[in-house]
Structure formats: C-alpha cells, structure tokens
Write a protein that binds this ligand. Structure first.
Ligand code: AMP
Length: 496
C-alpha cells in the first residue's frame, strides 16, 4: 500500500525505517549528538524524514523534519536538544505518506507521564486497532501505524509503564523494532518473530539500541547482542533489565535485510551482512556457473555476492560499474520513462573492464526488471561480448506486509513471467537466480555463536532432522519469495 505520489519517488521496494536509542549514565551529558551520529549511519534505511527526541529526566523535547539527516540537524539545533536519553528515527514510509505529521519519533504527553516512540516495521492490524481507539475517544494526527502504538501505550499508562508496554505489544500484530523513551527510561522491543532487526550496544558511559550494529560502531560503542524476538529491554541507571512478552514464537528474520537493506558492515542476528552476501555469491557460482572473463557486481548491494562468485568460480573480479554516490533513493522521476532513464544517471560502465569480454554481472534482486534491462544495455554499449545475469536472491514473487514495500504482484516481473521470459525481456545471454535452499544454506553457514565463543554454530539445517533447510522452520521470513508469511495479514490482504 504505497501511498506515494508517482511523481515524487522512485517506485521500488521500500523498507521502513531505522531506529536508535541512547541512555547515558552521566546525566550531565547530551545524547543528541550521538543520536545524530547513529542516524547518519542508518540513513540508508530511510531518507524521507528524521527526528530525535530527548529527555533530561524531567521533560521531553524533540526535533522532527522532512529530509536527510545531514540537512535536518546542525550544531545549534543539536545543542538545544538537552537530555541524557534520546531516541531517533529515519523514515522510509510504507504505510503512510511522507508528511511532517508522519515523521517520527511520536511523542505523547499526558498527566500520567510522557512517552516517545520510534518504530521500524509494519503492523498488519493497525486499522482495527485504530478503529477501536477512535471508538474509545482517541484522535489521530497522522496516517502512520506507529501512532496506534503510542496511543495504546498512553491509554494503558495508568497500569505502569511495563504493563502498558506488554499489554500494547500483545495487542499489535506485525513487525516491530521499537525504541521507546519516557522521562527516565529507554526501552527496546522486538516483535515475537524478530522480523525487523534491533541490537544492543555498550558505550563507555551508557547503552545504545540500534537497528543495525554499524550505528553502534559510529557512536564509538561495542555491539553486545541482538535483542531477541519477543524481548523487551528496559534501560536505566540500574542497567539493562530484560524480559520476554507473550508465548514463545518462531524466529522469522527478514531475509531481505541480508539481501539488500542492511549495510555490509553490520552484524545482524549473529551474521555479518557482507559475509552473508559473499557466501550467497559462492553458492550462486556453484549452482549456475558459466564460462566468462570477468565478474562484476551492481553497486552497492550486489558487490559482496560478486566477490563470492569470483572467489568460487576463479573468474577475475572487476569494478565494471560506477555508481553516482549523490543519487538518493528519492530521486525525482515524474514518469516511467524517466525512471528508466534514471538507471543511466545512477550507474555507468567502465569500458576498460568490459570491452570484448564475456561478463557475469551479479545483482541482489530483480523486482520489476527495470534496472537489469537498462544495465545490460549499458554493458553492451561498453563493449561486453556476452552478459550473464546472476541474482543472489530467489525470484521475488509476492508482496511484503512487514515493512518492505514491494509493489503489487502484477508489477513483480517474477510473479508473472518464467525465467526464460525474463531473460528475453532484459536482454541477457543467460539468467539464473540462487535457489531458496542455496540462500538458506549461505545464511546458515554464516551463523555465529554468541560473541564470547566466536565459534561457528552447527547450522540450523544440520540440526533439522527433516533436513528441511529451505522450508518454514529455517528461522527466516521468506514471504516475498514463497508467499508464506509468519502470520496472517489481518486487514491488509484485501488492499493489494
Ligand atoms: P527493479 O529495477 O525493479 O528490478 O529493481 C531491482 C533493483 O532494485 C536491484 O538493483 C536492487 O538492488 C534494487 N532494490 C532492491 N530492493 C530495493 C529497495 N527496497 N529500494 C530500492 N532499490 C531496491
């Protein structure tokens, strides 16, 4: 349910948001600048709006604006945000419009206490919850499902913060990684399937919550661990108190985080993102090898898999393509024709790497097929003799309801075309995708034990007596590839 005007944004998959939270044990210090560093590192997770809310122990203050982190904050407005607790957000909206009303964090003020919230994810029961709240007197100022969460917390606040949170979390269904703040406390929570990532870091004098570990690194902290699916952590001067809400449910982390979204230097649920991409490339080379002179990757998310493909196949790796760093995902393209043209503005070929060569090109995904078709034209123009397209994720055939805004099925080229038809449509000499089992194998071979042991875990596949590595118990949500989701999509299915 992409509510963007076609005139405003590139129509691609869109993922929703990055969150951070900071708690400093020295109450004289300001957390806002650290929040700014963290948000800079999460900019890839959302470019539409950003916000920081702080607390000095007594009152909550906030900035939220449309635009990029670098444009919204400056020395003056960061210095004016005083407080030792902060939460921050970058937004890539899926369920709401890019308006200032939808910018996060959301803050709720009441006699019982104030609370602020930053959310990454998508609720599948936001509509019925909103109706319920409106019937009992709540009013809404945004179209964001996150406002539902803060209204529910505020409604239950008289039971105490912990109860209000656990009650709210049991009512909402979908994906959520939350950073919540009251005057004196920072709270993190991850949905029972752990669909969206959230990790905990340690600073010299405090604690950090972040969607990705690269943000903890940027703040000079150390990654401690991931927040577990269904876990709430409450952070204050006493340290980190952890408890689980609800019954135990299966872990279903979003595979697309590893495929496309996350930064390569992040470690997510014990898996290094670059390592996973390299491994996917190695598996891809084994599954669909081809005789060629050079392997190249589509920047940025295809580069890891291209390195892995080269390593496993022995075909030399080259740069091959240069990406214009200054083109954001919100590039203005008023028509389909111009959106296609945009690929030429964004990516260009290096003739010296490609002229007269048989080229293997690796991208992380094909969604509509626009990028691959244009890229092949670019490579051929630069003299490539053959172009063999390899994709390090299986065909995307189904929409996502949990925070990645895939187009409707009809627009997903793999939902409506066989692989040979796609090959012809994009103009490749050959085309192959990694298999579902191959992708799970790649991820599982990268799983690590807790930081302390630093030893490879036996893969979940090896533990699985049915040898069912590609099926529903592998620990990852594969909804966009298989159409099997971690939960029913209450109220959402009818909208696609
Ligand atoms: P398409 O041109 O529609 O086939 O999209 C495929 C390209 O989009 C690949 O180069 C991917 O790296 C990239 N991609 C995948 N997911 C997203 C996303 N959520 N936002 C922007 N680009 C994406």
């Amino acid at each position: 349910m992409n509510t963007h005007s076609e005139c405003e944004t590139e129509t691609k998959l869109r993922e929703k948001c990055g969150v951070i939270g900071i708690y400093l044990t020295d109450h004289e210090m300001n957390a806002s600048r650290l929040a700014y560093y963290g948000l800079q590192s999460l900019q890839h997770r959302g470019q539409e709006s950003t916000g920081i809310a702080v607390s000095d122990g007594e009152r909550l203050d906030q900035i939220r604006e449309l635009g990029l982190v670098a444009d919204v904050y400056n020395n003056d407005n960061l210095a004016a945000l005083k407080g030792y607790i902060a939460i921050g957000h970058v937004l890539y909206s899926t369920s709401g419009k890019a308006t200032i009303e939808n910018a996060q964090p959301f803050v709720s003020r009441s006699k019982l206490g104030n609370v602020a919230i930053a959310h990454n994810g998508s609720l599948v029961n936001a509509e019925p919850m909103k109706e319920f709240l409106e019937e009992t007197g709540s009013t809404f100022t945004s179209s964001s499902d996150t406002e539902v969460i803060i209204k529910l917390i505020a409604k239950n606040y008289k039971k105490g913060l912990e109860r209000a949170l656990t009650d709210t979390i049991q009512l909402i269904k979908g994906s959520f990684a939350l950073a919540v703040m009251t005057e004196k406390t920072l709270i993190g929570a991850r949905d029972p399937n752990g669909i969206r990532p959230l990790c905990l870091g340690k600073l010299k004098n405090g604690w950090v919550l972040a969607s990705e570990s690269c943000a903890i690194d940027a703040m000079g902290g150390d990654l401690v661990r991931d927040i577990e699916p269904g876990e709430i952590v409450i952070i204050n001067d006493d340290g980190v108190l952890s408890f689980n809400f609800g019954e135990k449910t299966a872990k279903k982390t979003c595979i697309f985080e590893y495929v496309y979204f996350a930064r390569p230097d992040s470690i997510m649920d014990g898996i290094g993102v670059l390592e996973a991409r390299i491994k996917m490339g190695e598996v891809l080379a084994r599954e669909s090898g081809v005789t060629a002179d050079v392997v190249i990757g589509v920047p940025d998310s295809g580069l890891g898999a291209a390195m892995g493909y080269s390593r496993a196949s022995g075909i030399p790796y080259a740069m091959g393509i240069v990406k214009n760093k200054y083109i954001g995902r919100t590039f203005i393209a008023p028509s389909q024709e111009e959106r296609e043209q945009m690929v030429f503005v964004k990516l260009n070929a290096l003739k010296s790497d490609l002229d007269g060569k048989r080229v293997v090109i690796i991208d992380d995904s094909i969604v509509r097929g626009t990028t691959s078709r244009r890229l092949i034209q670019i490579l051929r123009k630069a003299g490539a003799k053959e172009v063999h397209f390899r994709i390090s994720s299986p065909p995307v055939k189904y929409p996502c309801y949990f925070g990645i805004d895939t187009p409707a099925r009809a627009e997903l080229i793999s939902a409506t075309h066989e692989i040979e038809e796609i090959r012809q449509a994009i103009g490749a000499d050959s085309l192959a995708f990694i298999s579902m089992d191959g992708m799970i194998e790649a991820l599982q071979s990268c799983e690590w034990e807790e930081e302390t042991t630093k030893e490879k875990k036996p893969s979940r596949a090896a533990n699985d007596k049915n040898g069912d590595s590609g099926a529903s118990n592998c620990g990852y949500c594969q909804g966009c590839f298989l159409g099997e989701y971690p939960m029913p999509m209450i109220g959402e299915l009818g909208k696609r």
